[in-house]
Design a protein around this ligand. Structure first.
Ligand SMILES: NC(=O)c1ccc[n+]([C@@H]2O[C@H](COP(=O)([O-])OP(=O)(O)OC[C@H]3O[C@@H](n4cnc5c(N)ncnc54)[C@H](O)[C@@H]3O)[C@@H](O)[C@H]2O)c1
Ligand SMILES: [Fe+2]
Length: 391
């Protein structure tokens, strides 16, 4: 069904290939940039991935101005303020972010601070608050999950309030997304599984949420089919180039879908798990996805039923609600298969959450912006009940 109104926007140039990183200097040339600030973290440097980027720059006239490798898991307000100062001091004119969602969002956050000429990102919270043109950014994801390389979102941890804040603006889209299979081959199995489930959650929530639309449905569907084909393969064998590039594409497609449609209750709960108990984002989504889907069946059974076909289920002649329950089972099966291969936890209690924290997580979730797009309303008590089921 075509909604009464929808809009779709994705201004990101996409390079995808087994050696795509080598094209970065050429892309900087097109963007008119000379001196890049590389934003990354110690894990990415330790995996040898910055050497691949350095090599790409070595026979070009573009230069690496500075390599900032202090991104922590989850970028924070204080860190992006600090990075903004460094960018100016080092006289860089663009960002090349190389890492998972944390590094990509750190670059986005610092870019907001510099371009808006503010001293503190907390002054710019909210939707479409950013008015300045940002410095060009090239995003090189090294995990296949967040889709941040193709989204208008930066998720920044608020160190003052222990919450995760989402900055949302059309200006936050990177100019170029570079998907290169070499950049994700070093991701360990458990992180491959968790980040892949983040991508699946983006696609599933984009397909079932209130802002769903025909264009994002296409991206969500393509993402889910790629996850079905490649996530187990990439988790089993990290050196599988085809599976790695397949998952990188899945993550990007899901990012395009949710950047327009937005997400829902699974992300609201996952953000709160991250804020209260520091559960990694992908892992929280992986655990909560089947529970969130089951909760939403009462509101959008048809959409959830349709997902079962994309996930490989055979549903001929079934009632819609039964089909929707097949979807929930298929997601649970996928999680338990990933658990057997990689040890990824399947319950919140095994992911660093203690039972006494569930009320604080439920409170955080009902105040999270993602909940506004969920197809069903979720009260504090209902959020707590879903968390108990996932505990
Ligand atoms: N902006 C968006 O649209 C968006 C969407 C979803 C999530 N997020 C945010 O992204 C963050 C999570 O990102 P993430 O799941 O990609 O994890 P991450 O960026 O926090 O990285 C997790 C760990 O993996 C390591 N790592 C990354 N790539 C590696 C590689 N190729 N080889 C070996 N180790 C590697 C890192 O060093 C780090 O220790 C959260 O803050 C979340 O809120 C943003
Ligand atoms: Fe996510």
């Amino acid at each position: 069904m075509i909604p009464h109104y929808y809009q779709h926007f994705c201004p990101v140039k996409i390079l995808s290939g087994h050696n795509a990183v080598s094209n970065i200097p050429f892309e900087l040339d097109i963007l008119g940039c000379k001196r890049a600030m590389i934003v990354t973290d110690k894990g990415v440097v330790g995996a040898g991935l910055i050497n691949i980027v350095r090599e790409a720059f070595s026979d070009s006239d573009r230069e690496i101005g500075y390599i900032f490798d202090e991104t922590p898991p989850d970028s924070s307000n204080r860190l992006v303020n600090k990075l903004a100062k460094l960018f100016e001091k080092q006289k860089c004119d663009c960002f090349v972010a190389v890492g998972g969602g944390s590094a990509l969002d750190t670059a986005k956050g610092a870019n907001i601070v510099i371009s808006e000429g503010t001293d503190d990102i907390l002054k710019l919270q909210g939707n479409e608050i950013i008015k300045a043109d940002l410095f060009p950014m090239i995003a090189v994801p090294t995990t296949a999950g967040t889709g941040s390389e193709a989204t208008k979102v930066a998720v920044i941890y608020n160190e003052e309030k222990n919450t995760k804040m989402a900055f949302v603006s059309d200006r936050l889209y990177p100019r170029v997304a570079v998907l290169d299979s070499r950049m994700t081959m070093t991701v360990p199995p458990r992180l491959t599984a968790a980040t892949g489930m983040d991508a699946l959650t983006h696609a599933v929530e984009a397909y079932t949420c209130l802002q769903k639309n025909p264009i994002d449905d296409i991206f969500a569907r393509a993402a889910i089919e790629l996850v079905r084909k490649y996530l187990v393969r990439a988790t089993e064998n990290g050196r599988d180039e085809e599976a790695r590039l397949g998952m990188a594409n899945a993550s990007l497609f899901a990012g395009i879908a949710f950047s327009n449609s937005m997400v829902g209750m699974v992300h609201a709960l996952a953000h709160a798990c991250g804020g209260v108990c520091h559960v990694p984002h992908g892992l929280a989504n992986a655990i909560l996805l089947p529970h969130g889907l089951e909760y939403n069946i009462a509101s959008v059974p048809q959409y959830i039923a349709e997902l079962s076909g994309m996930l490989g289920g055979s549903i001929e002649y079934m009632e819609v609600r039964d089909q929707a329950m097949v979807t929930v089972s298929l997601v649970k099966n996928l999680l338990s298969r990933l658990n057997r291969i990689s040890g990824i936890p399947m319950r919140l209690r095994d992911a660093g959450v203690s039972e006494d924290k569930l009320p604080a997580i439920a409170r955080g979730a009902v105040n999270d912006g993602a909940l506004a797009f969920n197809p069903a309303e979720v009260s504090y008590e209902e959020a707590l009940e879903v968390l108990k089921q996932a505990f």
